[in-house]
Design a protein around this ligand. Structure first.
Ligand SMILES: Nc1ncnc2c1ncn2[C@@H]1O[C@H](COP(=O)(O)OP(=O)(O)OP(=O)(O)O)[C@@H](O)[C@H]1O
Length: 346
C-alpha cells in the first residue's frame, strides 16, 4: 500500500547540511497499523511527511497504491493526497471555528453539497464519539476531544490511509489509551491503513502490527511488533523495549543473587505461560526458582508476559532447567548460560 524506497532528504541548517533521512525504505501493507519509533531528531517527522509529499525527498520513490507520487503532476498529486488523511500532535484545529465548521469547511472546498457535508460531519462526529459537540469551539474541548475532532476531520474525506504524527504525545495516559482504541476501531471497522510515528513504546505495543526503529536518519531495525518485543537486536530497540519492562533491580541485590545462582528473564506469549513451566522446573530439576518481578502486557493481538527470576542451584541443573524452559516456548534471556559465561541481565 505504501512503499518508501531509498528515501533520502537533507536540510541546510546554520551548521551546514543535515541528513535527516539516509536511504530509508519501508513497506506498509494494506490494512495494517505500522509504527515508526525513534528518539527526537531520528527523522520520523521528515519520513511521515514524505508519504504525502509535504516534504519532497531528494531521492527515492514514494509509492502509494502502486503509483509513484514523486512523478505526478500537481493536479494528480492533489487527487492522490485526497486518499491520505493526517493527524498531528497539535491537532491543527481552527480556533475561531466550531467543531462542525472545522470538519465542514475543508469538505465544502471539495465541492460537496450542503447536505452531503452535513451528512458526513454528523456521521464522523458520531464515529469519534462527539455527536453532541457540533457547536462547541476548540477552546471548550479537552485535548482528547480536540484530537477526536481532528480524526473526524481526516475521516470525513474517506481516506484509505491515515498518517499519525505523534497524535497522542500531548495527551495524558488515559486519554492516550482512548485515542489508541479509536485508531484501532478505525483500522478494524473502516479498513483504513495507519502509518504512525511516535517516541513512545506503549503506542507501538498497543496497536501496531509492525514497527521500524529509526536512529540518525536510518531504519536500524524492522519487524513484527511481537518479534521486536521478544528479541530486539539493536541497543536502541532494547532501550525502547526495556522502557516498558523495567525490572529496576538494584545492582547490590543483583550481585548478591548472582552469588547463589543465575538471574534470567522469561518472556512468553499468549497460551505459553511462564508460571506453570516454572512450577515444573522446580519438580524436574534441582533448582529453586524465585520470581523477582513480573508483568503481562496486551499487544494488539495477544498477551505478552515477562518474569524476572532467580534460579538458585548448581550450574549444570540450571542449564538443564533453562533448556527445559526453552522447550516450553518460553524465551529465556539475560544469562549466557549455554557458554557458561558470567550472567548478564539485559
Ligand atoms: N525544515 C528543516 N530545516 C532544517 N533541519 C530540519 C528541518 N526539518 C528537520 N530538520 C532536521 O532533521 C533531523 C530530523 O528531524 P525530524 O523532525 O524528522 O526528527 P524526529 O525524529 O521527527 O524528531 P522530533 O520527534 O523531535 O520531531 C533533525 O536533525 C532536524 O533538526
Amino acid at each position: 500500500m505504501i512503499e518508501l524506497v531509498g528515501i533520502s532528504k537533507s536540510f541546510t541548517g546554520k551548521k551546514g547540511s543535515i541528513h535527516a533521512l539516509k536511504n530509508v525504505s519501508i513497506s506498509v501493507k494494506k490494512g495494517e497499523i505500522y509504527g515508526v519509533i525513534g528518539y527526537s531528531g531520528a527523522g520520523k517527522s521528515t519520513l511521515i511527511r514524505c508519504v504525502n509529499l509535504l516534504e519532497k525527498p531528494d531521492s527515492g520513490s514514494v509509492i502509494v497504491n502502486n503509483v509513484d507520487l514523486t512523478k505526478l503532476s500537481p493536479g494528480k498529486l492533489r487527487v492522490a493526497r485526497g486518499k491520505i488523511g493526517m493527524i498531528f500532535q497539535g491537532f491543527n484545529l481552527l480556533k475561531t471555528a466550531t467543531v462542525y465548521e472545522n470538519i465542514a469547511l475543508p469538505l465544502k472546498l471539495t465541492g460537496l453539497s450542503k447536505q452531503e457535508v452535513e451528512e458526513k460531519v454528523t456521521r464522523y462526529l458520531k464515529i469519534v464519539g462527539l455527536e453532541n459537540k457540533h457547536h462547541s469551539y476548540p477552546s471548550e474541548l479537552s485535548g482528547g476531544q480536540k484530537q477526536r475532532v481532528a480524526i473526524a476531520r481526516a475521516l470525513a474525506h474517506e481516506p484509505e490511509i491515515l498518517l499519525s504524527d505523534e497524535a497522542t504525545s500531548a495527551l495524558d495516559p488515559d486519554t492516550t489509551e482512548a485515542i489508541l482504541e479509536l485508531l484501532l476501531k478505525i483500522n478494524r471497522e473502516l479498513g483504513i491503513t495507519i502509518l504512525l510515528i511516535t517516541h513512545e513504546m506503549n503506542v507501538i505495543q498497543k496497536i501496531c502490527d509492525r514497527v521500524a526503529v529509526m536512529e540518525n536518519g536510518e531504519v536500524i531495525e524492522e519487524g513484527k511488533t511481537k518479534d521486536i518485543f521478544t528479541s530486539p537486536k539493536h541497543a536502541t530497540t532494547k532501550r525502547f523495549v526495556n522502557s516498558l519492562f523495567s525490572h529496576n533491580l538494584p545492582d547490590e541485590i543483583l550481585s548478591t543473587l548472582k552469588e547463589t545462582g543465575h538471574v534470567v528473564s522469561l518472556s512468553f506469549f499468549g497460551k505459553a505461560s511462564g508460571e506453570p513451566a516454572l512450577a515444573l522446573v522446580s519438580k524436574k530439576f534441582d533448582v529453586y526458582p524465585n520470581i523477582l518481578s513480573g508483568s503481562i502486557t496486551q499487544l494488539k493481538d495477544e498477551s505478552f508476559g515477562q518474569l524476572l527470576i532467580h534460579l538458585k542451584g548448581d550450574f549444570t541443573e540450571i542449564q538443564k532447567a533453562v533448556s527445559f524452559l526453552k522447550q516450553q516456548q518460553v524465551l529465556v534471556e539475560g544469562v549466557d548460560i549455554d557458554e557458561g559465561k558470567n550472567q548478564r541481565v539485559s
